[in-house]
Ligand binder design. Structure first.
Ligand SMILES: [Zn+2]
Length: 332
């Protein structure tokens, strides 16, 4: 039986599940929409703009969260949602600044993060991304990459990426930009985890880190076809925690709520625990169905299960179990 306090906690948790609100965020900002949908009808989605910290704002609609740095020298954005959202995204950016968008940084190659490239580049913006983002958007494979699999490359029927949508400035080592009195460092993630072309973007003066889909406030979207493993994800998180995320840093995830250091640490610890449990279950000879039935994620699901964090038609917790199970089977 629950006491009053327990009932209140459950009511709060229930409200969080219904609305997709991360009740645990330390930032106190209003919740953002989190719509990872494949077939986007732009008429259904409204963009919202929120302050993050310092000079950084975030625009959220369908697809990636978009970090925005505006000033006299123009506008810089991180990622640009689905192609179908471009008009609404640009309209939302115009509510922040009338200056042109001059720089776009892609955190990685997925269509919900690079879809606006063509429209925004055609208005004069320069696109920045990891070497491998350009290679993959052109339909190629980075040196040493495994052959493309579902989820790692556009399907064969997909139209080729227009020339104007391709990154113009590419890199595989960190680079720093100086724009609008802000120091912006783009850091390739040390290990392949979500893709093999993920970058973090750190706004030093504002103390804001945009992490793309390496961090999405729920169980991580690991991409084994690009060499991704949960161990790599944890290493990438630890790298960010050690080098860029201090006590006051705000984190903009690829999808999900604006977070603080404690939020990422909680997810890292949960995934580490789940990983160990699944490894042990596989060692004990359990099948995937038996692992799912045992629910090694149980006390973490309320906070991190993908279906509880936001609308998500792309990855499910069920699929995530399969990835974690295969990893353990393969001794990774
Ligand atoms: Zn992605």
């Amino acid at each position: 039986m629950l006491n009053q306090k327990g009932k209140f906690a459950m009511a709060l948790a229930g409200a969080g599940l219904f609305s997709g609100i991360a009740l645990f965020s330390q930032t106190g900002t209003a919740p953002l929409p989190d719509n990872r949908v494949r077939n986007v009808d732009p008429a259904q989605y409204q963009e919202v703009v929120r302050d993050v910290q310092g000079k950084i704002r975030v625009v959220a609609g369908a697809g990636s969260q978009v970090s925005v740095l505006a000033g006299d020298e123009g506008v810089l954005i991180v990622d640009d949602q689905y192609r179908q959202m471009s008009d609404k995204l640009l309209a939302a950016i115009r509510t922040i600044s009338g200056k042109p968008v001059r720089y776009v940084i892609n955190t990685h190659m997925h269509p919900d993060h690079v879809g606006g490239n063509d429209a925004i580049a055609s208005m004069g913006a320069t696109i920045f991304a990891h070497d491998n983002v350009r290679i993959r958007l052109m339909g190629g494979l980075p040196p040493g990459a495994a052959p493309a699999q579902a989820g790692n490359a556009p399907p064969p029927s997909a139209p080729p990426t227009p020339l104007g949508a391709l990154p113009v400035v590419t890199y595989r080592d960190p680079i720093t930009l100086h724009i609008n009195s802000e120091e912006i460092t783009i850091i390739p993630s040390p290990k392949p985890s979500h893709t093999d072309g993920d970058c973090f973007i750190y706004f030093k003066n504002s103390d804001v880190l945009a992490m793309g889909d390496v961090y999405t406030t729920d169980y991580p979207a690991i991409n084994p076809g690009n060499g991704g493993t949960s161990e790599n994800v944890i290493e990438d998180w630890n790298y960010a925690l050690d080098h860029f995320i201090g006590p006051n840093t705000k984190i903009v995830p690829g999808h999900g709520q604006i977070s603080a250091r404690a939020d990422l640490i909680a997810l890292r610890d949960a995934v580490s625990t789940i990983r160990e449990r699944i490894q042990k279950m596989v060692k004990d000879g359990m099948t995937l169905e038996q692992v799912k039935a045992a629910r090694p994620t149980k006390e973490f699901d309320q906070r991190f299960a993908l279906e509880n964090v936001g609308r998500n038609e792309i990855v499910s917790t069920d699929a995530w179990y399969g990835i974690m199970y295969n990893e353990a089977k393969n001794g990774q």
